[in-house]
Design a protein around this ligand. Structure first.
Ligand code: MSP
Length: 627
């Protein structure tokens, strides 16, 4: 049984490369386990409660639930587009989750592990973490994200984390659950410094799960991390003992290094308190930067996974993420390195090998490759490639996919080098057709074995490859090709190139944006063609049947009264706008929108997810020109 999880992602913002990275690692593992015939359950989802989400929603004029629905959907759609093979997409606002969290809280309370007190200290909303003053950077900024913390002083329930200190240390020692192993020492040191009891409820905001009604103190909201971690339990219906509950305990929680502490210190303590078994592994990956710099919105250098995939395709992106960084290390996203790997490794070493094999098979053996003589001629090559494949499998057990891929490409190199070394065209010329065909069959078998394993990383391309060699990627063939090391016969059909060479970088970096700006600059005369005027809203109303549109009656001065439609209904209350001054592009051709005439365009600015109307800073005469 293999139950693997990604963290559930905060819905404060759109998915970025860090989210894609964790999810793609988990997806690769899940695909590999399924191929190996292991019963696998793969969970991902979204973390929707807490102050951070409440604030993100309100700054965009949404309720927390509306906002959570919107972003959670974006994550799900992205994973579907990325062909992520999750079995469960869980949300902390799901009813079964809320019930489970309350039940677990009660268990821990009844055990005597939760007591009431008062919390006084610092809180970082961005990390949803409590800090003591000594743990902060200068200016009371959060040691993890660098943002300003706030002082919190409120009644709170506490969890007796201190009680579990020795048990957690014992878990590290006996089970060695942390991957990569070298991350364990940091944790041991942290725990040995002494664990303080943890504040696990808040009273100064609402957006979260109330503590169980049995405790009769409903103003307390459960700390978002306790809430979120129990998603791993709630999503398999552990309490109701439904079908998926047999997957407990979790086999592996995949996390980023920033949230290892929550998963390797708080989580095992919560589980012990709730009398649940601990996970087998907690595996923590490193942090991505772009061209050596931290990614941030203000720098405009955030990598959007969809942008990369739209530019270069899904499989090269998955390959790059897993190949570029040894598991646990930080990694840098450089488009140049991405392109080099795509062209040199995917196109030349992998894609081209298939082309060479299919070209030679067409020429020398009517596309049919028999494996009868391979062992007689090439037993050394078979053995060497098997060793690399075994190494790859060994690395996959500890999530070291960079090494896994490296080893698989070493196996491919044996095939490519054999072609160079034995020159099948010369073998044919010299009358040794038997050896030439055995060589091509050797290469096809190495390629098939590698493709079987690579299919976990690049499912689409490897399916195309296997179709071209005419074998299926499934558990039955996994056993034959990988476990029993059998050789297959193939009948080859030609397929288009598996990967495309990338000639020029396509991603939008800030620099190319600047260049684009330069290219699209206009002259002042172009601007003066636009007649942007100030107008007062005389009337404004919603349009029946449209969620987006508002219908305005505007006074543009000099008896110029017009009707204009604008798609801002989600962001403004119609009646609140009456009497306000707005900017209108007045010399726009008339248009019919939703059956109504619209004579002009009201100007607004899009900022993240909201639209804000532009208006003059002071009252001015209607009809005044903006310029
Ligand atoms: N909601 C919590 C997790 C709760 S799990 C019970 C959370 N969410 S998150 O959306 O902020 O982050 C999720 C994951 O994205 C983390 O594993 C984090 O490490 C990862 N990343 C966020 N930015 C990253 C990079 N720049 N690089 C690599 N991964 C990073 O934490």
């Amino acid at each position: 049984m293999r139950y693997i999880t990604t963290p559930i992602y905060y819905v404060n913002d759109a998915p970025h490369i860090g989210h894609a990275y964790t999810t793609i690692i988990a997806d690769t593992l899940a695909r590999l386990y399924r191929l190996q015939g292991k019963k696998t359950l793969f969970l991902t989802g979204t973390d929707e409660h807490g102050q951070k989400i409440e604030q993100a929603a309100s700054s965009r004029n949404f309720t927390p639930k509306e906002y959570a629905d919107k972003i959670s959907k974006e994550f799900k759609e992205l994973w579907d587009e990325f062909n992520i093979s999750y079995d469960i997409y869980a949300r902390t606002t799901d009813e079964r989750h809320i019930k489970t969290v309350q039940a677990m809280f009660l268990r821990m309370f009844e055990k005597g592990d939760i007591y009431k007190g008062e919390y006084e200290g610092y809180y970082c909303v961005s990390c949803e973490t409590f800090f003591t003053k000594t743990q902060l950077k200068e200016n009371e900024c959060c040691a993890d994200c660098g943002k300003k913390t706030s002082i919190v002083k409120e009644e709170s329930y506490f969890f007796r984390l201190s009680k579990y200190q020795d048990k957690i240390l014992k878990w590290y020692e006996q089970q060695e659950p942390i991957l990569p192993k070298n991350k364990t020492n940091e944790l041991i040191n942290f725990v040995k410094e002494g664990l303080k009891d943890l504040s696990i409820t808040r009273t100064s905001f609402d957006w979260g799960i109330k503590i169980p009604k049995e405790i009769k103190d409903e103003k307390h909201i459960i700390y978002v991390w306790l809430d979120a971690l129990f998603i791993y339990v709630s999503s398999i219906d552990y309490l109701d003992k439904k079908e998926n509950s047999v997957f407990w305990p979790a086999y592996m929680h995949l996390v980023g290094k920033d949230i290892l502490k929550f998963h390797a210190i708080f989580w095992p303590a919560f589980l012990m308190s709730a009398s649940l078994e601990l996970p087998r592994y907690v595996a923590a990956h490193g942090w991505w930067t772009r061209d050596g710099e931290k990614m941030s919105k203000s720098k405009g250098n955030v990598i959007k996974p969809k942008e990369v995939v739209d530019a270069y395709g899904l499989d090269p992106f998955r390959y790059f993420l897993l190949r570029e960084v040894p598991f646990g290390n930080d990694g840098d996203f450089s488009e140049t390195v991405f392109i080099n790997r795509n062209n040199a490794e995917l196109c030349n070493e992998l894609g081209n090998l298939l082309n060479r094999i299919s070209g030679m098979a067409a020429k020398y053996s009517q596309n049919v490759l028999k494996s009868d003589n391979v062992k007689d001629f090439f037993s050394k090559e078979i053995l060497e490639s098997k060793n690399f494949i075994d190494n790859a499998l060994h690395f996959s057990k500890t999530v070291q996919f960079s090494k896994f891929l490296e080893e698989l490409f070493k196996a491919l190199a044996i095939a490519n080098l054999s072609i160079t070394k034995y020159e099948p065209w010369n073998l044919v010329k010299n009358g040794n057709l038997k050896k030439a065909n055995a060589l091509i069959s050797l290469c096809a078998n190495i390629l098939a074995k590698v493709a079987m394993l690579l299919s976990a990383v690049m499912p689409d391309s490897m399916t195309r490859l296997s179709n071209s060699l005419n074998f299926k990627i499934n558990n039955e063939n996994y056993k034959k090709l990988i476990e029993k090391d059998e050789l297959f016969d193939f009948e080859i059909s030609v397929c288009d190139n598996l990967f495309k060479k990338i000639e020029t970088p396509l991603l939008n970096s800030q620099k190319s944006e600047e260049k684009k700006d330069e290219d699209t600059k206009i002259k002042i005369d172009d601007f003066s063609k636009l007649k942007i005027k100030i107008a007062t809203v005389l009337d404004c109303e919603n349009i029946e049947g449209s969620e987006k549109l508002l219908k305005f009656k505007l006074d543009l001065g000099g008896n110029d009264i017009r009707q204009v439609l604008s798609g801002i209904a989600k962001f403004y209350n119609a009646k609140d706008l009456i009497g306000k001054q707005v900017c209108v592009l007045s010399n726009l051709k008339k248009a019919k929108i939703f059956g109504y005439e619209s004579d002009g365009m009201i100007l607004s600015v899009k900022s993240e997810d909201k639209l804000v109307l532009l208006s003059p800073n002071d009252l001015v005469l209607n009809g005044s020109l903006v310029g």
